[in-house]
Design a protein around this ligand. Structure first.
Ligand SMILES: Nc1nc2c(c(=O)[nH]1)N[C@H]1C(S)=C(S)[C@@H](COP(=O)(O)O)O[C@H]1N2
Ligand SMILES: [Mo]
Length: 320
């Protein structure tokens, strides 16, 4: 791992858990030493009670990327249970319950629009050339809660480059599965279905942007957006569209679900910004799930060094 100038969210080589220790901890847990050992090893590795055969979901050969913030990850159990996924339900308990049997294979992703290699891809084929990387990111919901999540995924830039957008492509649009039989929350018009999101092409190409297939070393649980979801750590969580079935390259800014539903409250950009309040609440502070006290929210969620240049000549109170 080569880090020349150390960013606030990076670990030095000395701080990072060596891969071997990481694997050993996991093997230890797999042998069934159980909850107490899991807690000793840190909440990152605490087994989720009641989840069947977690070992089958382990992702092998994960690359330890340099993008890892210093703080301890949120407890996995909290990540699994404290979710937003309106396609299943608006209440968190119901989301987890209803998502449990959601089948995420076979799964295809259609690639369309201003792109050379349009077509329908099996999700595994779409990502096959890439090694899976771990990215430990801050995850900030517009509702003012936050987490620290060790995602596993591939850089979106790699996928986009392989697909070869045409010279007309300026945005990338994403769409979630629309299937009310499998996603019963879609039987009610909470949002206009399917859920849609989008990024400017340069945002999609930023090295921080990933397509996640896992978290905490395992494949994503359905309630977290399996089998493939977007993670854009400097933006509010709602940009991180789940269970993607279509990726479209466009010339013009694509519609996005929350902007369409409440344009005064949610913009296309949705960059984390403590200086721009939501019309109904302040964004200056957040509660890291598991903490008692609130903490100050960081501009661009702390990733300004990597992304501020993307918005250099933009008034961020207008382009919120
Ligand atoms: N398709 C879809 N994607 C979605 C949502 C949703 O309701 N539907 N909720 C968003 C919101 S508001 C947040 S904060 C994150 C939550 O991701 P997590 O549950 O994995 O933490 O997913 C985002 N992606
Ligand atoms: Mo959110």
């Amino acid at each position: 791992m080569l880090i020349t100038s150390r960013k606030s969210w990076e670990l030095s080589d000395a701080d990072a858990t060596p891969e071997a220790v990481y694997r050993d901890r996991r093997r230890f847990l797999k042998l069934g030493v159980g909850l107490a050992a899991g807690m000793a090893a840190g909440p990152l590795f605490a087994p989720r009670s009641g989840l069947a055969a977690p070992s089958e979901n382990k992702i092998k050969d994960i690359l330890q990327s340099k993008y890892r913030i210093l703080e301890k990850a949120t407890e996995r159990d909290k990540f699994l249970n404290y979710t937003n996924f309106y396609e299943f339900a608006t209440s968190r308990d119901q989301i987890v319950e209803r998502a449990e049997a959601f089948a995420t294979r076979p799964w295809t992703v259609e690639v369309a629009g201003e792109v050379k290699h349009a077509g329908t891809y099996d999700v595994d084929d779409l990502l096959r050339p890439n090694r899976r990387e771990e990215r430990i990111y801050r995850h900030r919901c517009v509702e003012t809660w936050s987490m620290i999540v060790p995602w596993v995924g591939v850089p979106l830039a790699d996928v986009v480059k392989r697909l070869e957008p045409t010279s007309k492509a300026r945005y990338v649009a994403f769409e979630t599965l629309h299937d009310p039989e499998r996603m019963p929350g879609q039987k009610r018009p909470v949002l206009e279905w399917p859920y849609v999101e989008g990024l400017r092409l340069d945002e999609a190409l930023n090295p921080l942007t990933v397509l996640a297939v896992g978290a905490y070393g395992e494949t994503l649980a359905p309630q977290n957006g399996a089998p493939i979801r977007l993670v854009v750590p400097w933006k509010y969580g709602f940009k991180g569209i789940k269970s993607i079935v279509r990726i479209t390259f466009t010339e013009t800014e694509p519609p996005t679900s929350w902007n369409r539903s409440s344009p005064d409250e949610y913009g296309f950009y949705a960059n984390v910004n403590p200086d721009v309040s939501h019309p109904r609440w302040s964004q200056a502070k957040e509660r890291l799930i598991g903490d008692f006290f609130k903490r100050r929210t960081l501009k661009f969620n702390g990733y300004g060094e990597e992304v501020a240049h993307l918005y250099q000549n933009m008034d961020l109170s207008k382009f919120f």
